[in-house]
Write a protein that binds this ligand. Structure first.
Ligand code: MN
Length: 133
């Protein structure tokens, strides 16, 4: 699947790229939300990993809210360094489906990639039929 990762920390990006490669997943990345939104319709990701504190004027939750307001239903996983009580709830309320706290636990990332990749495979015939209409 094609993963869009909005992240301003190169170390996290390189970790996620490595894990994604193990599952034969492609990673597209931007350091800010403006670029992610601007390229969204041509990138056509299957899954988004969204850092919350990113470069630019928008934070990750602003980007998630914008994508949901535009009607995009793809799965979004928040990746955040926030360690405050209530952060997970704030991410889910903004429209995220899952939440990963940094430092990124590799087994959890592997598990989430598998979960969403399996779900995508199951829904593919339906998506292709929809795309033709
Ligand atoms: Mn960040």
């Amino acid at each position: 699947m094609r993963i869009l990762y909005v992240e301003d920390n190169p170390a996290n990006l390189s970790l996620v790229r490595r894990i994604a490669r193990m599952g034969n997943h492609e990673v597209i990345s931007y350091i800010d939300g403006e670029q992610a939104l601007a390229h969204f319709n041509t990138d056509k990701p299957d899954l988004i990993l969204m850092d919350i504190q990113i470069a630019g004027d928008l934070n990750g939750l602003d980007v998630v809210k914008q994508l949901r307001a535009d009607g995009h239903t793809l799965p979004i996983i928040a990746v955040t360094a926030y360690a405050m009580v209530g952060d997970k709830e704030r991410c889910l309320e903004a429209g995220c489906d899952d939440y990963i706290a940094k430092p990124i636990p590799i087994p959890l990332l592997v598990e989430l990639f598998k979960k969403y990749s399996d779900a995508l495979k199951q829904s593919e015939p339906e998506q292709q039929a929809t795309a033709k209409t």
